[in-house]
Design a binder for this molecule. Structure first.
Ligand code: MLT
Length: 264
């Protein structure tokens, strides 16, 4: 489905029965990463998966995609869908950065939060410089160059060698992103705020799910978040990297199912 927004469209799907659950994907991915969750959780959650600006089938949008802007996009979609009850928000990596900003701006819409493969801190100076290099590279060599660089780091070594079909699917998802989308997201992530001071104020139930082999955001980040969010539980998924929902979907779905059941 498509929701008209500013000068473009946000693509989204809305499936399942139960507590409203908004999934926000990472960079440079799309709502296609949530297919195992749509398949495994439709009896327990009313799931909204969206393609954030410039990703998947949402287009065209000029960047930068500041986290504030992406959070407002999510809120506008929730309002357009006429969802009035508090929701669960599940953000993966960049989607987690958006989730923090969404909570900062609209805490009243949250029933709970699922933080996957993410961290609260801003970019270091080195990370900001790397964003500039990636922007130059994507303009010069295109999105496949970015995808091929990221692939060995985005999944665990086990996934890389044992699940070639999944790795190819992840590559396909990545290369659907436009150059404009990649640049917009890189600029937005580079300038994202520090959400660390928010953590002690997150007063809703939080599930932190992290791949044990995440090479992009190390597991220490998840452990540190769990210490700073009082009402949180953490699940570490073995043989999973940055995309545990795709690499170990059964374990991931069970973690979400248990979390939802603990809320009722
Ligand atoms: C993501 O997976 O969304 C990105 O790798 C996060 C980042 O680059 O900071």
């Amino acid at each position: 489905m498509k929701y008209q927004l500013d000068n473009g469209f946000l693509a989204y799907d809305h499936n399942g029965i139960g507590i409203p659950l908004l999934f926000i994907h990472g960079y440079p991915l799309s709502r296609r990463i949530w297919i195992p969750q749509l398949e495994g959780l439709s009896d327990i959650a009313s799931m909204i998966t969206l393609d954030i600006r410039g990703h998947g089938e949402s287009y065209p949008f000029e960047g930068p995609y500041l986290m504030d802007l992406l959070a407002v996009d999510c809120k506008r979609l929730i309002d357009a869908l006429n969802i009035k009850t508090p929701i669960l928000v599940c953000g993966l990596s960049m989607g987690g950065y958006v989730t923090f900003t969404l909570f900062h701006k609209y805490p009243q819409i949250f029933r709970g939060m699922i933080l996957t493969s993410t961290k609260p801190g801003p970019d270091s100076s080195e990370a900001k410089r790397n964003r500039e290099v990636s922007i130059k590279n994507v303009r010069e060599y295109g999105v496949p160059f970015i995808a091929d660089n990221m692939l060995p780091k985005i999944v665990s070594p086990v996934t890389l060698s044992a699940k070639p079909d999944l790795v190819n699917t992840i590559r396909d998802i990545m290369i659907e992103t436009s150059v404009q989308g990649v640049v917009g997201a890189l600029n937005g992530m580079r300038d994202r705020p520090d959400s660390t001071p928010l953590l002690p104020h997150i007063n809703i139930p939080v599930l932190i799910v992290h791949g044990a082999d995440d090479q992009l955001i190390p597991i220490q980040e998840a452990n540190s978040m769990s210490q700073q969010i009082s009402n949180s539980r953490i699940i570490t998924i073995p043989e999973a990297g940055h995309l545990p929902n795709l690499e170990q979907p059964e374990i991931y779905n069970k973690a979400i199912r248990d979390f939802i059941q603990s809320l009722v």
